[in-house]
Design a protein around this ligand. Structure first.
Ligand code: NIG
Ligand code: FE
Length: 414
């Protein structure tokens, strides 16, 4: 049994609730001054303002927040955490004008990471992903999602998912697993995509479900990758095997991904850079979480998802890193928060909800994490900052001072 009292919190800022917050609610944050949080056995046992609770007679370790800002631990709801190699060679191609889809069409991009991921051993992938998770944790992330999708064959997809399972078991962070076998059509099936889709539906999805290796099934619904109709087939099959749908939708071309999200009842749609008004309306109606990834727009030099319009239309917006070796080689969720304000024009309060409670909702964990409330997991960050505006305004520094996961200090910078 472990217990921890965090006190002398200058400002405690948190969204509240166990579901995604949308519309005006996205910006409604609970603020407490001179606050404390009591965590017992990994779970928040009390939150208050002013005098700390009387715990005389108990031995209670105390953590002094030094008058700083405290928020829930950040939730990175969209990452491609497990991969072999890197792709710095593509930087030069980009500088010479090649687009993301050009590089993919030439067998580079995702497909070159597939080659590296197939070659890597499970242990190598684990060590590399664990280092990335450590880095994320050091920057204030306490829960993450991780996708497969760099195997594109049954063995390697399962290898990636086993790495994710082991990370969830062995690393302090909670890691939610998503099967993304439909991330690209492998070169071998270039002229025979139907065979690959059959392989996905008849072999890979059943194998993933049999081993209980993923909670979600995702598809890259994009020009030259999977059409909306193909995506529907794959996601419907996933559903039959108990996998909750997610979609990479409207990242580069709007080919119906956000509308499909609503039709198949996906928990979230991801990217949405070029999401059309119909897609926004469909997501608002269906209650889909829009998981927007502004660091990818930044890295691709593209436009930004219409996140402001989404919030205004009553869509719950989450924001995540999209950490991957191609379109976003960064796992810095604090930079994502900067971009949420500067590019999406969300307020710091809306941004906080996007990277905590709404991120948690995008991975079906809003009942456990994403806010600082009695009964939720004891996951929080003490920031080297006095208020929310400050963390959205400072850029390029890591402002996470102390990170607490399930009541344990997992990172502390003196
Ligand atoms: O989310 N869009 C598809 N997948 C990733 C990129 C993966 C890669 O380039 O390796 C993304 O942007
Ligand atoms: Fe992605």
């Amino acid at each position: 049994m472990s217990i921890l009292l965090i006190h002398n919190i200058g400002l405690l800022a948190t969204p509240v609730g166990t579901a995604a917050r949308r519309g005006a609610e996205q910006g409604q944050i609970q603020l407490r001054k001179n606050a404390w949080v009591l965590i017992n056995d990994g779970v928040i046992a009390g939150v208050g303002e002013g005098a700390i609770p009387d715990l005389s007679g108990y031995f209670v370790p105390m953590l002094d927040a030094g008058g700083r800002l405290v928020t829930p631990g950040l939730v990175d709801a969209h990452t491609h955490l497990v991969f072999g190699g890197w792709r710095q060679n593509e930087l030069g191609l980009k500088l010479h004008g090649a687009t993301y889809l050009d590089i993919l069409a030439q067998g580079g991009g995702i497909l070159s990471t597939v080659t590296a991921t197939r070659k890597a051993t499970e242990q190598e992938l684990f060590d590399k992903a664990r280092a990335a998770l450590d880095e994320m944790m050091g920057m204030g992330v306490t829960t993450a999602e991780a996708k497969s999708g760099y195997g594109l064959d049954t063995d390697t997809e399962l290898k990636q998912l086993r790495v994710i399972r082991r990370l969830n078991e062995e690393h302090p962070l909670d890691v939610a697993a998503t099967f993304l076998g439909a991330h690209a059509v492998p070169i071998k099936y270039k002229n025979n995509r139907e065979t690959y889709i059959k392989l996905l539906c008849e072999q890979m999805i059943p194998a993933v479900a049999r081993e209980g290796l993923a909670k979600f099934c995702d598809v890259f619904c994009e020009t030259g990758v999977f059409s909306a109709e193909e995506s529907r087939r794959i996601l419907e099959t996933g559903k039959r095997y108990g996998l909750i749908p997610k979609i990479h939708a409207d990242e580069i071309d709007p080919i119906g991904g956000s509308e499909l999200t609503a039709e198949v009842g996906a928990i979230s749609a991801e990217h949405l850079i070029v999401c059309p008004p119909d897609g926004i309306a469909a997501m608002a109606k269906a209650g889909t979480v829009a998981c927007c990834l502004p660091a990818t727009s930044f890295y691709l030099g593209s436009t930004y998802a219409p996140a402001r319009d989404m919030v205004n239309a009553g869509v719950a917006v989450a924001m995540a890193s999209d950490f991957n070796p191609g379109s976003c080689p960064s796992l810095n969720l604090q930079f994502v928060m900067n971009l949420g304000c500067l590019k999406y024009k969300l307020t710091p309060e809306e941004v906080l909800t996007a990277v905590t409670l709404n991120g948690a909702a995008a991975i079906g964990m809003a009942d456990k994490v994403g806010s600082i409330e009695t009964g939720k997991q004891g996951d929080l960050v003490i920031w080297d900052a006095p208020d929310l505006d400050y963390i959205c305004y400072r850029m390029g520094s890591n402002l996470a001072k102390t990170v607490v996961k399930k009541g344990e200090v997992v990172k502390n910078r003196v």
